[in-house]
Write a protein that binds this ligand. Structure first.
Ligand code: ZN
Ligand code: ZN
Length: 245
């Protein structure tokens, strides 16, 4: 598998950046994990085509993770009319909040599949399991196993104990952790870089990539905070960068 960071920011992008969007490629397949604002433009500018998508997984229906899904639907609608594609692209997403979910069900441009907790699916050789996270709206972590490798993308979450078992022994963990611990309050629904690093450490994660970067933060500060708590291979998500898994 190959991971490419398309967009790394949240809850809004840095100038010229994009919100959450991560491309997994394997055996000629392309799977997008989240499609936040700016991701479609960056995906296309890297030379990828919308019609080549094997599927799209949306962790949750917050705008910084799904808003370009509402723009991509126009492109796909035209491709369906032109017969560039014959059927809708499979989308896996939560069914709530309903007002956003209903917007995704648009002119059959997507084959919409609803995610539930602990659901398992297979997608052209990938074994994928979803786990509900700790976030104000229904949100799912995506765990992918392929050819003996384990990759996990957390989506958005505050800390919950079970996450340590879920990400245990991951070869790569793409984890939200783009705020500093000092920026958290008791109600912040996100992980700090310290918390993400602690989870990766106790779970024996081989490689940790911190993402959902708060655009006002200095990348070096995030890296330094996490490095104090994690001894493995640490990276900060950088747009247009690819990693082999
Ligand atoms: Zn977010
Ligand atoms: Zn969110």
């Amino acid at each position: 598998m190959k991971l490419t960071i398309i967009g790394a920011y949240g809850p809004y992008p840095k100038a010229g950046g994009a919100c959450s969007g991560y491309l997994i490629e394997w055996e000629g397949n392309k799977l997008l994990l989240d499609l936040g604002n700016g991701v479609l433009s960056k995906y296309l500018s890297l030379g990828h085509k919308a019609q080549d998508l094997t599927g799209i997984i949306i962790s949750h229906l917050h705008a910084d993770h799904m808003s370009d899904l509402l723009v991509l639907r126009y492109l796909l609608q035209i491709q369906l009319m032109n017969k560039t594609i014959k059927k809708g692209i499979p989308v896996y997403c939560p069914s709530t909040p309903t007002k956003f979910y209903n917007e995704i069900n648009y002119k059959n441009v997507y084959e919409v599949n609803t995610i539930t907790d602990k659901q398992e699916i297979s997608l052209n050789g990938l074994n994928i399991t979803f786990h509900k996270t700790n976030h104000p709206v229904e949100c799912y972590l995506t765990s992918i196993k392929y050819k003996g490798k384990k990759f996990v993308y957390t989506g958005d979450t505050a800390y919950f104990k079970e996450i340590e078992n879920i990400v245990d022994q991951s070869d790569m963990l793409l984890c939200e952790g783009g705020i500093l611990d000092s920026q958290k309050t008791s109600t912040t629904p996100h992980l700090s870089s310290k918390e993400a690093a602690q989870i990766a450490q106790v779970s024996n994660v081989k490689s940790l990539i911190l993402t959902h970067i708060y655009p006002e933060n200095d990348i070096e500060d995030i890296f330094k905070e996490a490095k104090n708590y994690y001894s493995g291979n640490l990276k900060i998500a950088t747009e247009n960068t690819s990693y082999d898994i």
